[in-house]
Write a protein that binds this ligand. Structure first.
Ligand SMILES: *Cc1c(COP(=O)(O)O)cnc(C)c1O
Length: 482
């Protein structure tokens, strides 16, 4: 909820109060330098005890509501036929309008099953943009991902309100080029994660569905970040301004053949699901569910999480919940713009994204610009961000060649209902300091490089002594303690 202060500034105000807290400490800069060194300059390998604000991801890190926690206490642990599952299926019916629900242990498990059923070796999945795990599963099934985004999608300094839109002319052309029979599905990802949490419009989704239907291709909707996409559509798209968030979601689902989601994001739980009204798709996926996930009424999730998801899906249609992340993201982005720090605009749904290429234009891309900036942010602040750039883009699976990412982003996720205004202001201050000292950031090189999803476990090292020098400059200004 935005309120206007008497000085004219609009600030997001939380529509909730804190009931349970978890302590977090700000480690001194020397400890931060030692910790990032030990973590191989990969923020994924840091430990919580060394982190002040954990902005690595919004996945599974959101604060749950009292009603979600309460629901967990009445979970039915039956292996088969659990009553908790039926509550989840009822929520899916009410919130999304689908009669079949298939629970899975998290979002990527849904992607695995969909790739298994729909992607043939040599086939294609067409997307507005890939997500790391969505691409990996298509490729592991022998398929190729085609990303058909518009011209503005990769412009990090933009006023385009729907950078997540699929380019319709490219979609038409791609289907004709590869043949409709070779396209497993067209996948639309809500609040397109890797290009800065950017939404697509209702109008675009409608047109994508028309083209896909004409060619008999199923439309798959990645709804992990659905409440943010719906919130931004409600805010930005004329035809949806009179609709509630719940209406926007239901209207979108009318264009969807198969919906899947990671419950770890908008729904503030841990788990995932696939849903559809198509009996044939349901049966095809159901056949594999017990092989990889679990019985059809828990799908690898704890029944406590099943209960909490049933509540979380309903709660995320409340505008106060749907906006709880997006509004803080907007404030964060606006404040950094005021400080002159280059961030992805317009503000998106799940995180504030530093455009590392504009932040550190002196770095060559083969020295992992976003990875270096993410390591530097940690040293300067104790804040953990995530590299979303060339490190997150695996090598070409056929040639082994390094593939330079379209964007080099250091993503500062804003877990929903978890951090407060003073945390955001602290982050803005330290990021502005780092930007003033950006020349001190140099590159990284791999020391250990895993073959798949290398960003998780890869270990790197600075190309020279820059990290220690950056820590020294910080200490000179702020003292050893902070
Ligand atoms: C997180 C995410 C996934 C993967 O879900 P997990 O629960 O992390 O496996 C897929 N798509 C999008 C858009 C996501 O944000």
């Amino acid at each position: 909820m935005f309120v206007r202060l008497s000085n004219g500034r609009q600030i997001p105000v939380e529509a909730h109060k804190v009931k349970i807290i978890q302590r977090t400490d700000l480690p001194p800069v020397d400890q931060r330098l030692a910790a990032i060194e030990q973590a191989g300059y990969n923020t994924f390998l840091l430990r919580t005890r060394d982190i002040f604000l954990d902005m690595l991801t919004d996945s599974g890190t959101n604060a749950m509501s009292d009603n979600q926690l309460a629901a967990m206490m009445v979970a039915d642990d039956a292996y088969a036929g659990s009553e908790s599952f039926y509550k989840l299926a009822d929520s899916v019916k009410d919130v999304f309008g689908f009669k079949h629900t298939l629970p899975v242990h998290q979002g990527r498990a849904a992607e695995h099953l969909l790739a298994k059923v729909f992607i043939k070796p040599g086939g294609y999945a067409i997307m507005n943009y890939h997500f790391t795990t969505s691409r990996a599963h298509v490729e592991l099934a022998g398929g190729t991902v085609l990303e058909l985004f518009g011209d503005e999608a990769l412009n990090t300094d933009s006023t385009d309100l729907f950078k997540g839109n699929m380019d319709l002319a490219k979609l038409q052309a791609a289907i004709e080029r590869v043949g409709a029979e070779n396209v497993g599905y067209v996948r639309m990802e809500a609040t397109t994660n890797l290009i800065g949490g950017q939404p697509f419009s209702m109008d675009n989704l409608r047109s994508v569905k028309e083209i896909a239907s004409k060619h008999g291709i199923p439309l798959v909707f990645d709804a992990s970040l659905i409440s943010e996409n719906a919130y931004l559509v409600h805010e930005r798209e004329a035809e949806c301004q009179e609709c509630s968030i719940a209406d926007v979601i239901l209207r979108m689902m009318e264009f969807v053949d198969i919906m899947y989601l990671s419950g770890r994001k908008s729904a503030a739980v841990r788990g995932g699901l696939i849903a559809t009204n198509n009996d044939e798709y349901y049966t095809q996926i159901l056949n594999w569910l017990p092989v990889y996930e679990g019985f059809a009424t828990y799908g690898g999730m704890s029944t406590k999480e099943v209960e909490a998801m049933a509540v979380g899906l309903r709660e995320m249609t409340d505008p106060m919940v749907a906006g709880s992340g997006a509004e803080f993201v907007r404030y964060f982005v606006e404040r950094l713009c005021e400080e002159g720090v280059p961030v992805v605009t317009p503000a998106g749904g799940l995180a504030c994204h530093i455009d590392a290429r504009r932040f550190a234009p002196h770095l060559p891309q083969n020295q992992y610009i976003a990875g270096a900036v993410a390591a530097a942010i940690y040293i300067a602040s104790g804040i953990r961000s995530m590299e979303r750039g060339t490190i997150s883009t695996d090598r070409d699976p056929h040639t082994g060649a390094e593939m330079m990412a379209d964007l080099e982003l250091a993503r500062l996720a804003v877990p929903r209902r978890t951090y407060t205004m003073s945390h955001i202001e602290y982050a803005v201050d330290r990021l502005a300091w780092l930007y003033r000292n950006r020349e001190m950031i140099h590159g990284l090189k791999f020391v250990q490089e895993p073959p798949v999803l290398r960003f998780f476990f890869g270990r790197l090292a600075p190309v020279d002594n820059w990290a220690a020098e950056l820590a020294g400059a910080f200490k000179a200004e702020y003292g050893a303690g902070m």
